[in-house]
Design a protein around this ligand. Structure first.
Ligand code: KIV
Ligand code: ZN
Length: 511
């Protein structure tokens, strides 16, 4: 590590911009799990949500502010008192917090979205920052759609918000439109033309519509940005945001070029990436840089030969630097607690004693059904155990079969309030029959949108993960489950969806 390298702050917005993307919504306990994992990863700022967006968002931001230690906890707000007060109240319990106010500045947004003239934008931006300063000293301002804003007007806004008390100015490429060379020019322009630019930290926030979010963010760093906003696995609106793991590993691998470093514990990248993928249901492409399954796989003979001579021939990062500690070690029913605990640790997960006890119990059950347990199996057990069983419905029995091409299923369910219900149904195969039986038992009939199955490890007895996507009263829900029996996985995944619907109905009733 070069001693003179400048520190670049990592601002993670997985829980705000990431969660905003279609199909990536998370429950409050899931957001807390992600936030704690981000704190362990060493991010500097966690943008926990947009408290004014809904009572549920306020609750989630507040829970993160109460329970997550280490990073600065940030909440987003528009430039109005109502939003800012909600953000401030949600963030209050955090040891260190930041209010992030934003207002669009580009001509397109001024004319079609806001119907405001430049002077009004300037006034509102300044007022927003001043109101936010009544509640906290750490204020970030974002001129939304900055990359499509006239440079002189952007400079005027940036200068005014810094005078008003903004301590970080973030430059978003909201629609993923800019290209590295042009974005570099924009940062140089601001540094040259904004009188008070040295009084604030410059930040960058890129979207990936043209696949350049990471490249554009790095160009901003080269030209003075000292905070990068990003998300795990690059999830986010449309094509996503700048991917945290990619930008962090680019800065680390090419530290002498960038002369910049982050405080990220890179060996935690892989487990956090898996956690976010498992919670959101957004799969990680096999060839994804840094955390994809193939990121460190060498197929061609020439490459393998080179690798055997010296890893540096074809590897610019070591798998262990990103927390990828794949091994061919296989566990089975004779493996003891110690071996399992070690393997879990090597995979980058830390479990408390209660969680480990639950995983060990499930491990033994699985090892009875499946001869060999690979890393994918262990990972699935751990991710499940960390989430816990959130109910209220649990599956206590499942019988399925088919006769004359017609599927049959009987499900026995138990509700947290003590009810026990058993229903049988027929359908187009046993999975369809089980879904219908659950609908009859619970009285909920969501519309099935998508159903996916994939194998989590190797061998004929591999665990099959089922993922179910449904729509119910204008909202989308997702459920996932993995067992060695795909009908059971599908049934459990569907029951998770039912549980999520019931939980959200309960939350809405309370709100
Ligand atoms: O993309 C964007 O402009 C944003 C802002 C709110 C920072 O997400
Ligand atoms: Zn964004």
């Amino acid at each position: 590590m070069s001693p003179n390298a400048d520190r670049v702050m990592i601002f993670d917005t997985t829980l705000r911009d990431g969660e905003q993307s279609p199909g990536c919504s998370m429950t409050q306990p899931e957001k807390l799990r992600v936030a704690k994992a981000l704190a362990d990863l060493g991010v500097d700022v966690i943008e926990a949500g947009f408290p004014a967006a809904s009572p549920g968002d306020w609750e989630s931001v507040n829970a993160v502010a109460r329970e997550v230690e280490g990073p600065i906890i940030c909440g987003l707000a528009r430039c109005n008192r109502g939003d800012i007060e909600k953000a401030a109240s949600a963030l209050r319990p955090a040891a260190r917090h930041r209010i992030h106010v934003f207002l669009a500045t580009s001509a397109i947004h001024r004319e079609y979205k806001l119907n405001m003239a430049k002077e009004e934008i300037l006034r509102n931006a300044v007022a927003g920052v001043k109101i936010a300063r009544e509640f906290c000293e750490d204020i970030e301002f974002s001129p939304e759609d900055a990359s499509r804003t006239e440079l002189d007007f952007l400079a005027q806004v940036v200068e005014a918000v810094i005078d008003a008390g903004a301590t970080t100015v973030n430059i978003p490429d909201t629609v993923g439109y800019t290209v590295p060379h042009e974005f570099a020019e924009l940062f140089r322009y601001l540094r040259k033309n904004v009188r008070n630019i040295d009084r604030a930290r410059l930040s960058v926030h890129c979207h990936d519509d043209l696949g350049m979010a990471v490249a554009n963010s790095l160009m901003a760093v080269v030209n003075g940005a000292r905070q990068v906003e990003c998300t795990i696995n690059g999830i986010g609106e449309r094509a996503g945001n700048c991917s945290l793991e990619e930008v962090v590993m680019a800065l680390r691998t090419r530290e002498t070029f960038f002369n910049a470093r982050t405080g990220i514990h890179t060996e935690r990248l892989y487990p956090v990436s898996r956690l976010v993928s498992s919670i959101t249901g957004m799969p990680i492409p096999r060839n994804k840089a840094v955390v994809g399954e193939n990121a460190f796989a060498h197929e061609s003979g020439i490459h393998q030969h080179g690798m055997l001579k010296h890893a540096s021939t074809y590897e610019i990062m070591r798998p262990q630097d990103v927390g990828l500690t794949r091994s061919s070690l296989v566990l089975g029913k004779h493996s003891g607690r110690h071996a399992l605990r070690e393997r879990i640790r090597e995979l980058g997960f830390e479990l408390d004693d209660a969680e480990f006890a639950r995983v060990f119990e499930e491990f033994k059950v699985l090892a009875d059904r499946k001869k060999e347990l690979f890393d994918g199996d262990i990972e699935a057990l751990v991710l499940r155990a960390e989430g816990g069983d959130q109910g209220p419905w649990t599956l206590s029995g499942l019988r399925t079969g088919s006769q004359g091409g017609v599927g049959e299923a009987t499900v026995s369910l138990q509700h947290a309030d003590g009810r026990k219900v058993e229903r049988s149904a027929t359908g187009d195969g046993p999975v369809d029959a089980a879904f219908k039986a659950i609908e009859q038992a619970t009285g909920l009939n969501p519309k099935l949108r998508k159903f996916e199955l994939r194998s989590l490890s190797e061998g004929e007895d591999a665990q099959g993960e089922a993922v179910v996507y449904v729509d119910f009263r204008d909202r989308s829900y997702r459920g996932a489950s993995a067992t060695t029996d795909i009908v059971e996985s599908a049934t459990r995944a569907f029951l998770e969806v039912i549980n999520r619907i019931e939980q959200s109905q309960r939350a809405q009733a309370v709100a």
